[in-house]
Design a protein around this ligand. Structure first.
Ligand code: PXL
Length: 271
């Protein structure tokens, strides 16, 4: 019997409604056969009495430090990712943890905005991410708004600007960058740009009409993390992540009158 289990950590918030955050991360890792662990950073609760508005409840830094020690000192990981970090102090702690433990396969999902809200949620945490985490990323996965923020570009709104932003992010020290346009660009296709400093890989797929994409960014970065944990190459990782995402979006479903979620089990169901 082969009892090998690849292990991954997410440093992320809880989306109590189950579609995004560490819930999406753990479900995705599980589906891809990886043992997932969580250092919980914030709890996001949605309010059904107030149109599903999001309230954020941070976990204190010393508790997050204890969780990181459990996972990193006590167990060890083959890959890690970040999600909603919520404070500049936490971003600093994450950077220190990566350095001190020489963590490998570091996936930075620079979560700065939630669906439907285009303002940066915690400006100090976003600034710290730009300063401390871009250079430590093996893979960084910004959306268009996050890519513009990280590169000081006024906006990233077409393929040329996505390539320009990708170049700047590699210059800042990331090894690979994937900029996700998702639904945000006009036209029939969802476009992602992958860049490693040498070659651009442009991936286009038809937009999926009516798909619920809440949690799609978390699912995407978690799938990359799981594949890297298993030792897959970047090329294999991106190919499998794309299949996983397409299935998850095609099978996405409504959870209530306000929101929907990606279907994390869809890839398994289709195999
Ligand atoms: O999708 C961004 C995101 C990340 N992490 C948590 C969230 C959300 C959006 O709702 O709640 C915990």
């Amino acid at each position: 019997m082969n009892n090998t289990m690849y292990k991954a950590m997410t440093i992320a918030g809880s989306d109590t409604s189950g579609g995004a955050g560490m819930e999406a991360d753990l479900k995705t890792m599980q589906e891809l056969g990886v043992y997932g662990m969580v250092a919980l950073t914030v709890i996001v609760a949605q309010n059904p009495q107030n149109n599903w508005s999001h309230d954020i409840f941070p976990i204190s830094l010393d508790v997050i430090e204890k969780q990181l020690s459990t996972i990193v000192d006590g167990i060890g990981v083959d890959a890690m990712k970040t999600g909603m970090l919520g404070s500049a102090d936490l971003v600093e702690l994450v950077a220190k943890t990566i350095d001190k433990n020489h963590l490998k396969n570091v996936v930075i999902d620079p979560v700065m905005v939630c669906k439907g809200v285009d303002a940066i949620m915690v400006p100090e945490a976003a600034a710290a991410t730009k300063k401390l985490l871009v250079s430590r990323a093996d893979v960084i996965t910004p959306n268009l708004l996050e890519a513009a923020y990280l590169t000081d570009m006024p906006s990233v709104g077409n393929l040329d600007e996505m390539k320009e932003a990708a170049g700047r992010i590699i210059e800042m020290g990331a090894k690979f960058v994937v900029i996700k346009a998702g639904e945000r660009l006009p036209g029939e296709n969802a476009i992602d740009v992958l860049y490693d400093g040498k070659e651009f890989t442009i991936s286009t797929a038809p937009k999926i009409p009516g798909a619920f994409n809440n949690g799609a960014g978390c699912t995407f970065s978690a799938a990359i993390t799981a594949c890297l944990a298993k030792g897959m190459s970047m090329e294999e990782t991106m190919a499998l992540t794309k299949k996983f995402m397409t299935a998850a979006l095609k099978g996405s479903f409504r959870i209530n009158k306000w929101a929907g979620a990606t279907r994390h089990i869809a890839f398994r169901e289709s195999n």
